[in-house]
Design a protein around this ligand. Structure first.
Ligand code: AMP
Ligand code: MG
Length: 330
């Protein structure tokens, strides 16, 4: 199969890309689409054949459930049962954060195929704010299952070129709308009896969530076999060492060593290559380029990548979570 990359620079290209994407989705084929977080591999969530094709293209194990994107808020109650006690909380969260990078895990209705949820009695849902994604899902008019468009266990893609590197020959179409704005995957929370259980840290921060309810870390997050929580997740092929906070990075060991620095170049000159997350110490900038910089370092034939720690506040929590996973200690 030949993988086409559809650009959307002109209005004609944009219209053509939307038409081609909707055509493939309707036929039950997955299409790589940009979201505001990372590129997703989207397919018709209510069609099990289509969802199987996502798992096959990604080589993703069937026990890892997918996030379902909704075309509109009306769809929420088509797919989920919201317990009365959590109704207000869910309404407040969707009002504040949707469309946007917050995924809610809620009890599911039977209409959601087992393959989407890996047999769980809950389903993870969100509405994307990416304008092109919105146009495509609204044009399609059905929910889309859309995990990140990478092979299982690899770094999430934030450009169409990253998706091509991961899935070329395995899917028909990648819609290219440039680099993703946010760059790290959505925050996942499960509202339950008035508590927000965080299953994955992300762009919507714990501090923001505290305005709505008590926030706790989901015990599922800590299980090594828990969905999406495998240690190899987000891993570069090159071994990565995450330095403790304020440790001085040294290019120790044999062979070339690369450095993923936080905001300033290292004192030590011995690194074969250095990428800096944000020269101004800006978390948004750091998050949006984190995966692209990891990919650059991973492609350079280094013996090791050393990554500096980031302060764990706000978006820094999500960045550190991804760096720990990249180091094999997620
Ligand atoms: P992604 O690969 O970004 O699509 O993320 C999918 C992740 O969402 C999974 O690996 C899980 O961690 C989480 N997830 C999806 N569905 C559920 C669910 N029903 N219950 C708990 N976590 C879920
Ligand atoms: Mg993923």
């Amino acid at each position: 199969m030949k993988t086409q990359i559809a650009p959307v620079r002109t209005s004609t290209q944009r219209a053509d890309a939307i038409e081609a994407a909707v055509y493939l989705l309707t036929g039950g084929y997955p299409v790589a689409l940009p979201t505001e977080t990372v590129y997703g591999l989207a397919a018709w969530a209510l069609n099990p054949e289509a969802v199987f094709r996502i798992f096959n293209a990604k080589e993703r194990p069937r026990f890892d459930p997918l996030i379902v994107h909704l075309p509109s808020l009306d769809w929420l109650t088509n797919l989920c049962v919201i317990p009365n006690e959590d109704l207000n909380l869910v309404q407040e969260l969707t009002k504040q954060f949707w469309p946007g990078p917050l995924t809610l895990v809620l009890p599911r209705k039977p209409i959601v195929p087992d393959v989407v949820t890996a047999g769980l009695d809950t389903v993870a849902v969100r509405i994307s704010a990416q304008p092109l994604f919105k146009e495509i899902i609204e044009g399609f008019g059905q929910p889309l299952a859309a995990p990140s468009a990478n092979r299982f266990g690899r770094i999430s893609p934030t450009t169409a070129a990253h998706v091509f590197d991961e899935l070329s020959g395995r899917i028909h179409l990648i819609v290219d709308d440039g680099p993703c704005e946010i760059g790290v995957e959505s925050t996942i929370v499960m509202p339950s009896k008035g508590v927000l259980w965080v299953m994955r840290d992300g762009p919507v921060t714990r501090r923001q969530l505290w305005d709505f309810a008590e926030v706790k870390t989901s015990p599922r997050k800590k299980l090594p076999q828990g969905p999406g929580q495998l240690k190899s997740h987000y891993a570069p092929r090159t071994p990565l060492t995450l330095l403790p906070r304020d440790a001085v990075p040294l290019p120790a060991g044999k062979g070339p060593v690369g450095l993923l620095a936080w905001c300033s170049p290292p004192q030590e000159k011995g690194f074969a290559h250095v990428e800096i997350l944000s020269r101004t110490g800006n978390y948004q900038e750091a998050a949006s380029t984190l995966f692209a910089k990891l990919r650059i370092l991973d492609s350079m034939g280094m013996n090791r990548i050393i990554a500096e720690s980031v302060s764990e506040e706000g978006l820094g929590i999500a960045i550190m979570d991804r760096l720990r996973k990249a180091s094999g200690n997620g």
